[in-house]
Design a protein around this ligand. Sequence first.
Ligand SMILES: [Ca+2]
Length: 243
Amino acid sequence: MQQVPQSGDLKQLPGAGCPPIGLYPDRAGQWEGTTLGWGLPSPLSTRLLRLDHFLISIPTAVCGSDSTPEGLVGPKGDTGETGVTGVEGPRGFPGTPGRKGEPGESAYVHRSAFSVGLESRITVPNVPIRFTKIFYNLQNHYDGTTGKFHCNIPGLYYFSYHITVYLKDVKVSLYKKDKAMLFTYDQYQEKNVDQASGSVLLHLEVGDQVWLQVYGDGDSYGIYADNVNDSTFTGFLLYHDTN
Ligand SMILES: [Ca+2]
């Protein structure tokens, strides 16, 4: 049988670090909670009084481990305003060096170029024209004895020729591996000097040969040559093959 508390009884509720809370029975013999001046704020006192009998059954709600009574969880509040951007922090330490990179392409520079001129008149058709005036042929990929360029580096090549035409028509073909790739035909005008030219990009493999020669069996030997008026033949490697 539960003992009816008497007015003036003082009970201490359990709880670590909990300040004592006095419980007084009211006149009806019911427990009524209030603080006894142990430093708890006045709103808490009011709250406890309002809880009335409920205090006895849940003493931990009155006095938790942090000595603060816990109420029911309220609804989540609104999101607060964004705070002011903080002050920039101090500069960090240098990072560790990265890994060594992969080996690059060979530094070897692929070079192949020639530029030659005509020194003597052409008299025979359908054979390579021999340009014997050498403007540039450092790699010796052009052979002045045959008039042919020999490919030593596979890749894309640019070829061009500029021909002075005098007294007769000119029919010239640029050959690659015994096949005519370009045809240039110029009709000579009486009492005049004409020009004929051609250029092309060709992909060559090692061993391929490129040259110029007069085509047809007609009277087409008008390619002019002397010491000052040059008919020229030029070629150079534009890109070498990478695979
Ligand atoms: Ca003409």
